[in-house]
Ligand binder design. Structure first.
Ligand SMILES: *Cc1c(COP(=O)(O)O)cnc(C)c1O
Length: 352
């Protein structure tokens, strides 16, 4: 769409906003649905595969979809400061949108487990960053209490406006395809996004009458798979730090989405995540962060169950630039260093 106004204006009729709501937007949304033929070829059976590349949002993750709504509603309510716990992307989005709305933002992060790009964003956007010696789940407990006791609004995915904003990604997929996919593959951390997508597909079906509903296929990292094993994980661990969450706040809603959609939850190992991450970059030219690659790793792992001729969408939740260390430490590139600065050396090294 030419001159995309941001998702609140684009989908105003589907969102809990009124003429009084001050719209705080960075023109998020309208991210591309990109065909990924090399992945489709690997699945075979005439299956069509697309990625919803939400890493192209203004702060580089789908969190912007939720944050434009949460911050606009906080502003409408007269709030002056917001708080969140974050594995990184929520803090980047909260910081950017809060500052744009003239509010303070406090972010609690697990010390040492936030990717460099995300930390850089929270700092440059002017958040007040509090790194705790504890994991995400502990940080969330603290911010929930803080929001009860102090004049700060919680903008984690317990905030219902977050899910309202995020459901627009499902609208965009249906708008792009003309129908919903047969499978939606998505990584799960707190499981807010899978909940929001399911809500979006259902509401759009009821309002637009044009599609069947997808099976919701949720994937978690093996070291952090509380939804797969129907448990809580005290010390979650995975290279995919964005989904390093042991006690998902949207557990019940995600289980409902799975059951109602005849979907399924599966785990993928860190090695499988990295394989998919490299495949996306090297074969498709699409750089996402490791947590996002869990959706493609999951599709590869469950490929025997994909029906022939099906349409599959994998959600790529965040941009690869968020976590440069992961890319630098996990590639098969030819990286020749310390070369003499002359053509012969360069040509020789190139194999000519
Ligand atoms: C937040 C996040 C997730 C997990 O989303 P939930 O709604 O918590 O399940 C996955 N990938 C990335 C990149 C994220 O930032």
């Amino acid at each position: 769409m030419h001159n995309w106004p941001g998702l609140i204006e684009a989908y105003r009729g589907w969102l809990p906003v009124s003429a009084k709501t001050p719209v705080i937007t960075l023109h998020e949304g309208a991210t591309p649905l990109i065909p990924v033929p090399s992945i489709a070829e690997r699945i075979g059976k005439g299956v069509r595969v697309f990625v919803k590349y939400d890493g192209l949002n203004p702060t580089g993750s789908f969190k912007d979809r939720g944050m434009t709504m949460a911050i606009s509603k906080a502003k409408e309510a007269g709030c002056e400061a917001v708080i969140c716990a974050s594995t990184g992307n929520t803090s980047a989005a909260a910081a950017a949108y809060a500052r744009r709305g003239g509010m303070r933002s406090f972010v609690l992060i697990p010390d040492g487990y936030v990717a460099q790009g995300k930390l850089a964003q929270a700092l440059i956007y002017g958040a007040e960053v509090l790194a705790i010696r504890g994991n995400f789940d502990r940080a969330l407990d603290i911010v929930r209490e803080a929001a009860e006791k102090y004049p700060v609004t919680l903008v984690n995915s317990t905030n219902p406006y977050r899910l309202q904003g995020q459901k627009t990604a499902a609208f965009e997929i249906v708008d792009a395809l003309g129908y919903a996919p047969d499978w939606l593959c998505i990584p799960m951390g707190n499981a807010g996004n899978i909940t929001a997508y399911w809500m979006g597909f259902q509401e759009y079906q009821q309002g637009v009458h044009n599609h069947k509903l997808p099976r919701m296929m949720g994937f978690q990292a093996s070291g952090s798979a509380p939804l797969v094993y129907d448990t809580t994980v005290d010390n979650p661990n995975t290279i995919a730090t964005a989904i390093r969450i042991g006690n998902p706040v949207n557990r019940a809603k995600a289980i409902d989405a799975r059951n109602a959609s005849n979907g399924a939850f599966f785990e993928v190992t860190d090695a499988e995540i990295i394989t998919a991450y490299q495949f996306l970059s090297c074969k498709e030219g699409i750089f996402c962060e490791p947590a996002s690659a869990a959706s493609v790793a999951g599709l590869f792992k469950r490929k025997d169950e994909v029906p022939a001729g099906a349409t599959v969408v994998c959600v790529l939740t965040g941009n690869g630039l968020k976590d440069p260390d992961c890319a630098i430490n996990n590639n098969d590139a030819a990286f020749h260093t310390n070369l003499d600065p002359d053509l012969d050396t360069v040509a020789n090294t190139m194999g000519f």
